[in-house]
Design a protein around this ligand. Structure first.
Ligand code: DC
Length: 223
């Protein structure tokens, strides 16, 4: 497990950026597990599946192939039945629906299996909500990346504008903060694999840190 770096943390904590840049620095593969839950949600929406029907969702997970790879430039490819869907999985509408799939035990079981299979390739930075607690609890390098709610709100707002997911007039900071609060609560209180800080994970509060500082701190632990 020396070649797996496991990172968890709440929405907007900056963990995706940290994971991506640490992977780049170390020439590891960046595996965004949230993107896998998002891709499956995309398929459910495309097929018009009832998101409240756990059997349908479990069946969907069973008959779907999910993979994550990186291209030459380190950009992530999210393969849903071999189609790269990375460009379709970040809309606010889809984001608001991922919790249906993320809350189903049989869906998570399939995800964990796919993620461990990807991990067998070695030299990966995994990032998500249950990576340090469920997927790779035995990994030598485990981190919990956090930041204050206010800072996470500001970062999320900036990211949404930068990626063109919203226009400045679409949402206020208060609305974004509410979205984050709702997601935090769903992630932390679900019955199966809730987001929590593993006791042996290194905790990094990035509220007042520049991204380079966080990258350097994470990398300082990697031997
Ligand atoms: O990291 P993200 O915002 O792209 O994740 C989208 C959703 O997927 C998030 O609200 C919770 C869920 N998720 C999860 O339950 N387990 C993971 N390992 C990763 C994401």
């Amino acid at each position: 497990m020396d070649s797996i770096i496991a990172i968890d943390g709440p929405a907007g904590s900056g963990k995706s950026t940290v994971a991506r840049l640490v992977a780049k620095k170390l020439s590891f593969t960046y595996v965004d597990t949230g993107a896998m839950y998002r891709a499956l949600t995309l398929k459910a929406i495309r097929e018009g599946i009832n998101l409240q029907d756990e059997n349908e969702l479990a069946n969907l997970a069973k008959r779907t192939a999910l993979d994550v790879t990186n291209d030459k430039n380190g950009n992530i490819k999210v393969l849903l039945d071999n189609e790269d869907v990375a460009g379709f999985i970040r809309t606010p509408e889809l984001t608001a629906k991922v919790h249906y799939l993320a809350g189903v035990g049989r869906v998570r079981k399939k995800m964990v299996k796919s993620q461990r299979k990807i991990g067998q390739r070695g030299r990966c930075v995994f990032e998500g909500r249950d990576i340090t607690t469920v997927v790779f609890p035995e990994s030598k390098y485990k981190f919990y990346i956090d930041a204050s709610l206010k800072e996470r709100t500001n970062r999320r707002y900036k990211e949404l504008i930068e990626t063109g997911e919203i226009n400045p007039e679409d949402k206020t900071l208060d609305e974004i903060e509410t979205d984050i609060r709702v997601r935090d609560s769903k992630d932390k209180t679900r019955d199966i694999a809730p987001l929590r800080r593993a006791e042996d994970a290194i905790y990094i509060d990035t509220t007042d840190m520049a991204i380079e500082e966080v990258i350097n701190e994470v990398c300082s632990y990697i031997k």
